[in-house]
Design a protein around this ligand. Structure first.
Ligand SMILES: CC(C)(COP(=O)(O)OP(=O)(O)OC[C@H]1O[C@@H](n2cnc3c(N)ncnc32)[C@H](O)[C@@H]1OP(=O)(O)O)[C@@H](O)C(=O)NCCC(=O)NCCS
Length: 311
């Protein structure tokens, strides 16, 4: 860009008074994302959300969320540029600004999700976004076919920050805490228990399996899996998605025989060497094709369906 320093747009933290303009930019491209973004900005606040500004104008927005219980892993949040400013290098400028912020926090990996949604008028509206992320160094890691709805794939991209060979050094306080646990304490042996299923937002009849860690190596059993599959059938689920850390080695022997298919992984998601392994169970289409029992469906207002990560 041929601009002097005074004119160069810069990234600054998003403020409450920016929300309307940011929503306008998102809405222009994706009504669903704008609705979800509005809810999230107002409910969860604007921490780690940013705007690209030029003088007093807001040209675009981006941001991130830290993923709990991981070693410095992040999701990219809504990343949009005003139509008038696309294709001029501002997207790269905005993302490089974001990467500088993340690198200052010793970020290790950042992930995003997008889709291959085909708009009736405009076709593959995320094609250029996918090319953009690849140009920035993101790598496609996983695809879920028929995720949002039959025919619409969810695509995960991951970016590994360079120059981070080792995990963050353990602080003195953490070392002291570890010592306090005592030498004869039983080591924690992670296992997993299923806690339920819920419909995945922005999807049509796709459900996610919810679970929590145990600390004594116990796992859910075959009966529990049968129970959640029955519940998902009752609610007319199309697909039940699940994901578990790759170091929970017992999962494969539990899910495989019940008809779940392993479906790729997000590499080094939890920490280096521990991936997020994805599974899915596809149900036959329900014979009545119809309404769920006891579980509300959200309406079909999806003109466009957009992505940009977990927010
Ligand atoms: C995606 C978006 C943020 C990209 O910003 P942008 O300013 O248009 O992109 P830039 O001009 O900075 O391009 C950066 C790089 O991406 C590449 N790129 C961008 N669009 C591309 C396309 N359609 N095909 C191929 N490469 C493309 C550019 O070639 C450039 O590569 P280079 O820097 O190595 O030369 C912006 O276009 C946008 O907001 N689009 C609509 C909303 C959207 O889809 N958001 C993403 C939701 S997942």
């Amino acid at each position: 860009m041929q601009q002097n320093e005074h004119e160069t747009p810069n990234l600054r933290p998003m403020r409450a008074e920016d929300i309307d303009r940011v929503l306008e930019i998102i809405y222009d491209h994706d009504e669903d994302d704008a609705a979800t973004a509005e809810y999230t900005y107002r409910e969860s606040g604007l921490t780690d959300k940013f705007v690209l500004v030029h003088e007093d104008d807001i040209l675009g927005t981006t941001g991130f969320n830290a993923v709990e219980d991981t070693d410095r892993t992040y999701w990219l949040s809504w990343t949009y540029l005003d139509d008038d400013y696309q294709g001029k290098g501002y997207g790269r400028l905005m993302m490089e600004g974001l990467f500088d912020i993340l690198q200052a926090r010793s970020a290790r990996k950042i992930f995003l999700t997008t889709s291959d949604y085909q708009d009736e008028e405009d076709g593959d509206i995320y094609e250029s976004a996918r090319a953009f992320y690849v140009a920035l160094g993101f790598v496609e890691e996983l695809r879920h076919k028929d995720f949002y709805a039959p025919g619409e794939t969810m695509i995960y991209y991951g970016y590994r920050f360079p120059g981070l060979a080792e995990a963050e050094p353990v602080s003195e306080a953490e070392q002291a805490e570890e010592k306090e646990l005592g030498e004869d304490e039983e080591p924690l042996i992670p296992g997993a228990l299923i806690t339920g299923i819920s419909e995945i937002p922005e999807t049509k009849d796709a459900y996610g399996l919810e679970w929590r860690y145990t600390q004594d190596g116990t796992y859910f059993d075959a009966a529990m899996i049968e129970k959640v599959l029955a519940k998902a059938r009752e609610w007319n689920a199309r697909t039940l998605f699940a994901s578990f850390p790759s170091d929970l080695e017992a999962i494969e022997a539990l899910l495989g025989p019940k008809g779940f298919k392993q479906h790729g992984r997000l590499v080094d998601f939890f920490e280096d060497g521990i991936d997020d392994c994805h599974w899915r169970f596809d149900f036959q289409s329900a014979p009545n094709g119809g309404a769920a029992k006891g579980k509300p469906h959200h309406g079909g207002n999806k003109k466009r369906r957009g992505k940009g990560g977990r927010r």
